[in-house]
Design a protein around this ligand. Sequence first.
Ligand code: NAD
Ligand code: UDP
Length: 315
Amino acid sequence: MKRILVTGGAGFIGSHLCSRLVEEGNDVICIDNFFTGSKSNIEGLLDRHNFELIRHDVTKELLVEVDQIYNLACPASPVHYQYNPVKTMKTSVMGAINMLGLAKRVKARILQASTSEVYGNPNEHPQPEKYWGNVNPIGIRSCYDEGKRAAETLFFDYHRQNGVDIKVIRIFNTYGPNMNANDGRVVSNFIVQALKNEDITIYGDGKQTRSFCYVEDLVEGMIRMMNSREGFTGPVNLGNPEEFTMLELAEKVLALTGSRSKIIHKLLPKDDPVRRKPMIDMAKKELDWQPRVNLEEGLQRTITYFEKAVNVALQ
Ligand code: NAD
Ligand code: UDP
C-alpha cells in the first residue's frame, strides 16, 4: 500500500479518486483550498484512519513524504475558472512547479490532470494525442487552457531535466455525483434545472458537441495510468468517445427526469469549442482501458444524486 497525495481532493473528481484510493487501503493525504470543492464531498472519509485532510493552496510550497501525487487542484468549470483568471493561471503553473518540486525531492511518481481544452477549438476531429490544438492565447478561456498547457510543458521539462517520473492524462468532459449544483457545467446545470422544472439553458443553437465520461470510468483510467509501465508518460486521452450535441443531452435529461422544463437558448460564450471527441486508442492499448458506463446510465445515477442534493438545498 502506498502513501498518496491528491491535490484538489475535495472536488468532484478528486473526491471519487480519494474514496477509491482509501478503499484500496492506501494512506491518502487530500489537500484543497475549498474554492470549488467541499468537505461534504469527502464526509464519508474524514473518520477513516488512512485519510487525512489538509487545507492548503497549491500555489504555496508543501512538505510531505509520499510515493505518488495526483495533481487535480484547479477549478474546472468555465464559470469558476473565469471568476479569478489570474488565480487560475497561478494554480496551474505554480501548482505544477510546487508539486513537481515535491515529486523531485521525495522521488514520487506524479500524475497531472490535464484536459481536452489543450486542443482548444479543434481543427482535427476526433482528437488524437498528437494533435497540438487550436487555442486562443488571449481569450476568456485562456487562463485555463494555457495554464494547463504550461503545466504539461513543466511536467515534460521536469521529466527531461530532472528525471521526474511523470504521467499526464487529458480528461474529456466528465460528470457524475458530487458535482456542485452551482458548478455551471452543462450536465449539472441541465439536471438541476430539470429537477426544479426551470428552463433548460442551451447556449447558442445547441449543435455544439461534447463527449461525456462517467466519473467512475475516469477514476479507473486515472489509477491505471498512475500505475502504468515505467517510461510511459502520456499524454493520454481519457474520455468516452460517444459524442452528443447539447440539444441531444437536454432531451435525454428531460426524458429521464420526466420534467416539465422548456428548452430556451442563451448567448453562446466566447471561444466555446464547436466539437470535442477523444480518440482513445492509446488508452486502450497502454492501459487496457475503455469507458463502461453509457450516457443514459451515467445520467440516471447522477440524477439520483441530484434529487437528494437539490431537495436538501430547497429545504
Ligand atoms: P472541481 O472544481 O470540482 O475540483 C477542483 C478542486 O481543486 C476543488 O476541490 C477546488 O477547491 C480545488 N482547488 C482549486 N484551486 C486550488 C488551489 N489553488 N489549491 C488547492 N486546491 C484548489 O473540478 P473537477 O471537475 O473535479 O476537476 C478536477 C481536475 O480535473 C481539474 O484539474 C480539472 O482541470 C481536471 N479536468 C476535469 C474535467 C471535467 O470534465 N470534470 C475535464 C478536464 C480536466
Ligand atoms: N452549455 C449549455 N448550457 C449550460 C451550460 C453549458 O448549453 O447551461 C454548453 C456550453 O456552451 C458548452 C457545453 O455546454 O458548449 C459544455 O459546457 P461545459 O461548461 O460543461 O464544459 P466545456 O465547455 O468546458 O466543455
